[in-house]
Design a protein around this ligand. Structure first.
Ligand code: ATP
Length: 439
């Protein structure tokens, strides 16, 4: 017999069907047993009169909640039943995998244990439908972005994550033994996506893991995360990259809202707002002025940079002024940007770089890149980099490389702001941090 999904039971009234799922709850009464089963499409009630099969009744009584079972039974229209006005009358039950008693924690209980404990048992934590929704949303989000890139003639690349030299500075770098030598885990596909510009691909994207040996314990940092990267050629300035990103995000939000907006509202009590384009833009010098005016004190070491509190304060200002959840912070000081960001001809202390802040959280860094070999080399030297380890990268700019720019978005950060969730650990499938390598 073919499996019927619980969400489709109403079309099967009067028929005997097979349902497979988890034993969500069991009400074991004197004469009758009510099993609530759950699959990815919903819940249904299955009734079993004990006298019909006393042996089976014993098996059911001994079942742990969350056991994986296959049942067959007749579907009955029963308006009294709260779950969709339907009931299955049990005919057979096979225990596919019994759940031990007690569970490490009750995933559907009112009081959930601390996040760290839930992460130890992430597969149980993920059984809640709100958590399933997070990944349905992320699936749609990535599919929408992919579609958007394909509509705009982008090519997908997959760059290596094992590297012979660091892609940025030496900080936050994981070293791994590599036969007779050592390798580094990619902190970003930066160099290799730029290589695609030198290769004449013109427009590329990549969705893949990146690694940061960052020992911080914040609600927004992980040591491994999924980076959404793109790079495009023949641009006039970073403005072209920002314009592309805001339109892509608007399209992506729209797609997610169409498919899941109502469910997000219902299950998470959160309104997914599709942003208007263009997003406001604010040069960093002005942003720092705004912070001063609002009495926000940046830490003294933040020369030309902004801290998370400052990002939230700027977001509040943008919300009040433009009623917008997004803002591009532009024109960053060269002190806080890498050597490959292009600088303004007429203001060489500023880069043609931007960050995108969404609901007070940084979700993107982007820039126009420096594509002129001599200038790039000089900027690398000025930043104190040795040229030897990056010569392979510098070579990209020696034999015909167009102007280009691009950006990187952290997938989990985007999902956090899209769904209004405060902690990246809730959004990512499995969290990796300084103290967590398991499961
Ligand atoms: P932050 O200042 O928040 O540490 P960053 O400036 O180091 O971030 P980039 O190197 O510019 O970040 O990375 C691009 C994007 O990748 C960020 O805008 C963010 O969305 C995401 N990202 C960066 N670091 C992390 C991290 N440790 N965990 C999760 N996402 C990250």
């Amino acid at each position: 017999m073919e499996r019927t999904l619980i969400g489709n039971l109403r079309q099967k009234i009067g028929e005997v069907v097979k349902v497979q799922g988890w034993l969500h709850t069991l009400r074991d009464q004197k004469k009758i047993q009510f099993l609530i089963l759950r699959d990815r499409t919903g819940l249904c009630q299955v009734a079993h009169w004990k006298e019909n099969d006393p042996g089976l009744a014993e098996v059911i009584s001994a079942l742990g909640v969350e056991s994986a079972v296959t049942v067959t039974g007749k579907v009955i229209d029963n308006p009294v039943v709260k779950l969709g006005g339907l009931e299955m009358q049990l005919e057979s039950l096979a225990v596919e995998n019994n759940a031990e008693i007690p569970l490490p924690f009750e995933p559907f209980g009112d009081a959930l244990p601390a996040l760290d404990f839930r992460m130890d048992w992430r597969f149980l934590d993920l059984r809640r439908k709100e958590n399933l929704l997070l990944f349905q949303v992320q699936t749609e989000l990535l599919a929408a972005m992919r579609d958007y890139w394909l509509q705009n003639d982008f090519i997908e690349i997959n760059t290596p994550k094992l590297m012979g030299s660091p892609s940025e500075s030496g900080a936050e770098l994981f070293e791994v033994p590599y036969f007779e030598t050592k390798a580094y885990l990619a902190q970003s596909p930066q160099f290799y996506k730029q290589m695609a510009m030198a290769a004449g691909f013109e427009r590329v994207f990549e969705i893949g893991p990146v690694f940061r040996a960052d020992p911080s314990f914040t609600s927004r940092h992980m040591t491994e995360f999924t980076s959404i990267d793109m790079e495009m050629s023949w641009i006039d300035s970073h403005e072209d990259v920002m314009a592309f990103e805001e339109n892509m995000l608007r399209y992506t939000y729209q797609r997610v809202a169409e498919k899941y907006g109502d469910v997000i509202q219902e299950q998470m009590n959160f309104e997914l707002r599709v942003p208007e384009v263009p997003f406001p833009r604010l040069p960093m010098a002005q942003a720092i002025e705004v912070l001063k005016q609002r009495g926000y004190q940046l830490p003294p070491d933040k020369k030309g940079d902004i801290d998370p509190g400052g990002e939230r304060e700027i977001a509040a200002y943008i919300k009040e002024t433009y009623d917008h959840d997004f803002v591009f912070l532009t024109d960053w000081s060269i002190n806080v940007r890498p050597f490959y960001h292009m600088r303004y001809e007429d203001a060489p202390e500023l880069t043609r770089g931007f960050d995108l802040i969404a609901n007070g959280l940084e979700i993107t860094t982007g820039a126009q890149r420096e594509h002129r070999y001599e200038v790039l080399k000089a900027q690398a030297l000025e930043k104190g980099l040795g040229l030897d380890p990056i010569q392979f990268y510098l070579d990209f700019f020696r034999y015909g490389c167009p102007s280009h720019g691009g950006l990187a978005i952290g997938l989990s950060r985007l999902a956090m702001v899209m769904l209004g969730l405060p902690n990246i650990r809730e959004v990512v499938y499995l969290f990796r941090g300084p103290n967590r390598l398991h499961p």
